[in-house]
Design a protein. Sequence first.
Length: 108
Amino acid sequence: MRKIAVAANDDCTIAEYIDNPPSIVVYEVNEKEVVNRTVRYYRSDIFEVLGDCDTVVGRKCSDTLKEQLSSKGLTPVLIEEDSADVAVGKIISIDQDMQRKANQTCRH
């Protein structure tokens, strides 16, 4: 099961920066859909909240945090979207398209 963290202003709107959002909405997803959604809050160390996630979504991210995320195995995804739910839906859709293309074989 994959976990996607979205930097959020509240439990539904994507924050401007991943660096210091008021909350993190964590989506547990399978290949097709969201199976669980929780809101997490942190005080000082964002990595305590992101420890079990593999992707972090926001509008912007400082270069320093991008490097830190990558070094911890987290993939930062920057997206121009207001809704956390819509953003995660788009990520799931892109993953499905990539998986379909990977499974296609050449038929010459």
